[in-house]
Design a protein around this ligand. Structure first.
Ligand code: ZN
Length: 458
């Protein structure tokens, strides 16, 4: 696949004309990147990795491709600084989730540039940000910007299904290549645009909830469907699930969430909500406020451990009572919550010893990065350079990204969403008609470069 013309640079880009040209280069690169189908499974990220390596090589940046399994790949490139400060990692995943073309206005792997957008699965999650990170590297190299810290570009497989061959694999198997890093930037942040063309806030991801997925099993006496048994495991499972569905998990206000609501209170136009948000702990003692606030799905998820029952299985035959029935539970825990304590509480709510729970896979405690760092201050400064009065805040992510692998190594990791998106534009993530406007891309390339140059430039 061909790659677009490069914008020549002899010094750091200045002025809108040069940045617009770089934004156009990014748009053409993104359109090409979106044509590489990396739907996971199977992902086939090796094709994307080879393409990224080719783009990097053209600017004289060598990269290494690691292949943990056939078709899977993790790409690593490193721009050298003078070593006076520790490296910064730019982390992006190459895989995307399934797209159902029948619900799209365009082919999701066409990279179409039409109607004021660049279209394709991954435009927002997260090939667009991957391209902004790539452009940052290309600009630093092309313009010969002196660096005090190395800048590492890490493009990984397998973020979307977590089969153990992506960022986690890399962080474990090639820890020597990243262990010295101080900082990391990846997905999981928000630049929230409003319908008036302004920016409401810059949200930096410093923490996220942790998944604690469970298999739930009810046991009982099997038999023929024509002779009902009192301990039919399917009935048992239904009774237990009913208790779980009715359970209102306790409201918990973490320090980060308290700060986030206080930050948001300044944006509220309604005086009651402004009062609630300015002291969320006090508000949650008022049942009217609790009902109003938790009716917002996002706020609700930030204030409690949540459980979604997502899977059910009984007998394959209608006339057979099975020996066991199972359900899948998507549990998400707040920072500071102990999985074992949560499990004991769940067992108490169910109140049936014939019903058991088993974690589906490894879980980890939620991790958090401090806001008192040079990188966080660089993000704030870059945000304020664009919008002097904009709020910079730290929303907790109800989902999760690959950053926990790196936070556990002591690397301060932040979610940065470089593109200004309205609430409705963000819906393309894992949805239909995922797309990014060239203006948002241009903004994001310049914003991300600015952050990196502030924290890594000499
Ligand atoms: Zn993603």
């Amino acid at each position: 696949m061909e790659i677009p013309a490069r914008v020549a640079l002899v010094t750091a880009p200045r002025g809108d004309a040069e940045w617009n040209a770089l934004g156009d280069e990014a748009g053409t690169l993104l359109s090409r990147y979106l044509r590489i189908n990396t739907t996971n499974p199977p992902g086939n990220e090796i094709v994307a990795a080879r393409w990224l390596a080719m783009v990097l090589r053209r600017d004289g940046i060598e990269s290494q491709i690691f292949e943990p399994a056939p078709g899977k790949a993790n790409l690593y490139a490193r721009l050298r600084g003078d070593g006076s400060a520790r490296p910064l990692i730019l982390l992006n995943h190459m895989d995307v989730v399934l797209a159902s073309p029948e619900y799209w206005q365009v082919d999701p792997f066409s990279g179409a540039m039409q109607g004021g957008y660049i279209w394709g699965r991954g435009a927002l999650d997260m090939k667009g940000e991957g391209i902004a990170q790539l452009m940052t590297l290309l600009i630093l190299k092309r313009a010969g910007i002196p660096l005090k810290r190395d800048v590492i570009f890490l493009a990984t497989s397998d973020e979307e299904i977590g089969a153990g061959v992506g960022a986690g694999w890399f962080a474990e198997r090639h820890a020597d290549l990243i262990r010295d890093a101080e900082f990391l930037i990846t997905e999981g942040g928000t630049t929230r645009a409003n319908e008036r063309g302004g920016i409401d806030y810059f949200g930096v991801g410093t923490t996220e909830k942790s998944p604690f997925w469970l298999d739930m099993t009810a046991r009982g006496t099997p038999g023929h469907g024509s002779r009902p048994t009192p301990d039919n495991p399917v009935h048992r499972l239904i009774r237990a699930l009913d208790r779980i569905a009715e359970w209102r998990t306790p409201l918990v206000v973490t320090a980060g969430v308290e700060r986030y609501f206080r930050d948001l209170s300044g944006l509220e136009t309604d005086s009651t909500r402004r009062r609630w948000f300015s002291d969320i702990r006090a508000a949650l003692r008022d049942s009217v406020a609790v009902r109003a606030i938790t009716s917002d799905l996002t706020y609700n998820a930030l204030l409690r451990n949540t459980i979604s029952v997502t899977g059910l299985k009984g007998s394959d035959k209608t006339n057979v009572i099975p020996p066991l029935a199972t359900a899948a539970l998507d549990v998400r825990l707040l920072p500071g919550q102990e999985p074992a304590a949560f499990l004991a509480e769940l067992q108490r709510v169910v109140g049936d010893t014939a019903v058991t729970f088993r974690p589906q896979g490894p879980s980890w405690p939620a991790t958090e990065s401090s806001t008192d760092t040079e990188l966080f201050r660089a993000i704030e400064a870059a945000a304020h350079a664009r919008r002097p009065d904009a709020l910079v805040t730290t929303p907790m992510l109800a989902g999760f990204t690959d950053s926990h692998y790196f936070r556990r190594l002591g690397i301060a990791s932040y979610g940065v969403g470089p593109f200004p998106l309205t609430v409705s534009e963000s819906r393309g993530v894992h949805g239909n008609d995922e797309r990014l406007s060239p203006e948002a891309l241009r903004f994001g390339v310049r914003f991300l470069y600015d952050i990196v140059q502030r924290v890594a430039g000499r």
